[in-house]
Design a protein. Structure first.
Length: 541
């Protein structure tokens, strides 16, 4: 029989947390959140520390489920819904004991329920949360994909309904940003984009393709008979207890329609600027820029670099009763309370330029234009910033300085661009080293040279060895690297004098601007990410 102790006491006994930290976690935790999750969220402990304490103090072994041979008979005793809800998975049956991997082996209510429901003695082992989620996704309801063809065709859409629910549940639990449903010649591949990388989730039989796609299109209010043209839609729903906004994109391919479902988790939609991974100096510069009454602030970077999140966070910080904030977006990703948001609709000729003209008649203080795509939109945004409005927008360029010639290439007169521009932020996302398996190593000679060249001293490097918490990836989550260019009077004068971008870059460096590579190297030095990740997003070493 397990000695029933409280988790807080065990962690305090092990010297991992203080009473103040426990009280802070208890005070801020959500209603149904467990203390362990709240402590992890605050960064007071790592998942590995939590597992090690439970393993040592309770004498419960820890298992890695990576390539673990789970007994299929054991799965029959615990329904999938119960496994997902309580983060447990049965492993094997041995000597009248059902061995169960649990994220929280101190959840004695679940252990009692399982003993009553199964008739077995429950023998708990500890596993990491993500490890259990992957195992649930891998082992439960494989039968759906292996269903005989006659069952698939006779059942009026029920397998497709269950399958879509399962795909969405898995996507949310694995914190995927997108789900790709890719029709192939003989089957359908389902892949999840997790931390910016696509991973194959499962293979679905070809017979389920049409009913699955029809189910998605019906929920997204799309035309299910139109299979030859691309379509876009959205679904607002809840997956379990998590409210999500799903953006649906259908694209005709030779083997049928490919669907991409973008998952926007509304419960974690908005952060504070202090949580956006700005360095102290970059945060100071950026907060100064957005506190101005007027001017044009541009965010640059490729698709999926977190520009929209930074924009929304900025607008949320500026949102108050005494300012009128209006946006024109394509699409509106998150709906913000107290902010007027307009969606572009090309079918009725409502583009960015048209929307922006209308906004200017709405007496705005702050305007956000989703993207500057053409000369007309750029000119209206610039003129709005010159007439006393603070204007935010985005461009697709490799660096902050590259945004200036991009505006010139669009046909903007240099004097207009120079007068309006206040600042430009370039941003990229890199994978974050898993805290549970972070290890130190010596930098290689090449790495030392890169650090030396960029004026950043370094002694130690860090990497993730791979563990059950990060599913052997070595990375878990993502952080942003940024560069912030403040367009001051000297830069404006240089632009008016037609000086080169190289001259402006040299001046910005002299003024202490940290470019993407320097910000990335500082985050490598702090043990947040790796050289491999930063080299993929930085254009100059």
């Amino acid at each position: 029989m397990i000695t029933r102790k409280r988790l807080g006491d065990l962690l305090q006994d092990a010297g991992l947390v203080t009473d103040e930290q426990i009280q802070e976690a208890l005070k801020s935790k959500k209603n149904d959140q467990k203390l362990g999750d709240a402590l992890l969220e605050h960064g007071f402990i790592t998942e590995r520390q939590l597992i090690e304490v439970l393993e040592f103090q309770l004498g419960i072994p820890h298992v890695s489920l990576y390539r673990y041979a789970i007994d299929k008979r054991a799965l029959e005793f615990v329904p999938k819904e119960m496994a997902q809800q309580n983060l447990i998975i049965p492993l094997k049956i041995h000597d009248n004991s059902l061995h169960i991997a649990m994220k929280d082996p101190m959840d004695y209510y679940i252990i009692d329920d399982l003993e009553m429901a199964t008739g077995f003695n429950i023998s708990p082992v500890i596993a990491a949360k993500d490890d259990i989620l992957y195992a649930i996704n891998q082992h439960y309801f494989k039968g759906e994909a292996d269903m005989p063809i006659e069952d698939v065709t006779n059942d009026t859409g029920a397998p497709a309904v269950r399958l879509l629910d399962e795909l969405l549940q898995t996507g949310v639990q694995l914190k995927a940003s997108d789900i790709h449903i890719d029709p192939q010649e003989n089957n359908v591949h389902v892949r999840y984009r997790i931390d910016g990388r696509l991973q194959t989730g499962k293979v679905v039989p070809k017979q389920l393709q049409h009913s699955l796609i029809a189910r998605i299109k019906i929920l997204a209010d799309l035309n299910i008979t139109q299979k030859r043209l691309p379509q876009d839609g959205r679904i607002k729903t809840a997956v379990g207890s998590t409210p999500v906004d799903l953006r649906i994109s259908c694209l005709p391919t030779v083997h049928g329609e490919k669907i991409v479902v973008r998952i926007l988790d509304l419960s974690n939609a908005l952060l504070q600027l202090t949580e956006m991974n700005f360095s102290q100096e970059n945060l100071r510069k950026y907060e100064q820029l957005i506190s101005q009454a007027s001017g044009l602030i541009l965010l640059t970077g490729p698709t999926g670099s977190g520009k929209t999140s930074t924009l929304y966070t900025s607008l949320q910080q500026l949102n108050s009763d005494d300012v009128n904030i209006v946006t024109v977006e394509d699409p509106v990703e998150y709906q913000l309370n107290g902010i007027n948001q307009m969606q572009v609709n090309n079918a009725i000729d409502l583009d960015f330029a048209t929307g922006l003209r209308s906004i200017l008649r709405q007496d705005p203080n702050i305007i956000m234009v989703g993207e500057i795509r053409d000369q007309e939109t750029a000119e209206i945004a610039i003129r709005a910033s010159l007439t006393g409005h603070l204007v935010f927008s985005t461009l697709h360029t490799n660096s902050a300085i590259d945004a200036i010639p991009r505006l010139f290439d669009m046909g903007i007169e240099p004097y207009l661009a120079v007068s309006s521009l206040s600042g430009i932020v370039a941003q990229r996302l890199v994978r974050k080293i898993c805290r549970d398996c972070k290890s130190e190593r010596e930098p290689t000679e090449m790495e030392r040279e890169i650090f030396r060249k960029n004026g950043v001293p370094v002694e130690r490097m860090y990497y993730g060895k791979g563990c059950s918490a990060c599913h052997q990836q070595g990375y878990r989550g993502r952080i942003a690297v940024q560069e912030v260019l403040v367009v001051d009077d000297a830069i404006k004068q240089m632009l008016l004098n037609h000086q080169s971008m190289a001259d402006i870059k040299s001046y910005a460096r002299e003024q202490g601007m940290a470019f993407l590579i320097q910000d990335g190297l500082e985050k490598i030095k702090a043990g947040q990410t790796t050289m491999e990740e930063v080299m993929q997003v930085s254009i100059s070493f």
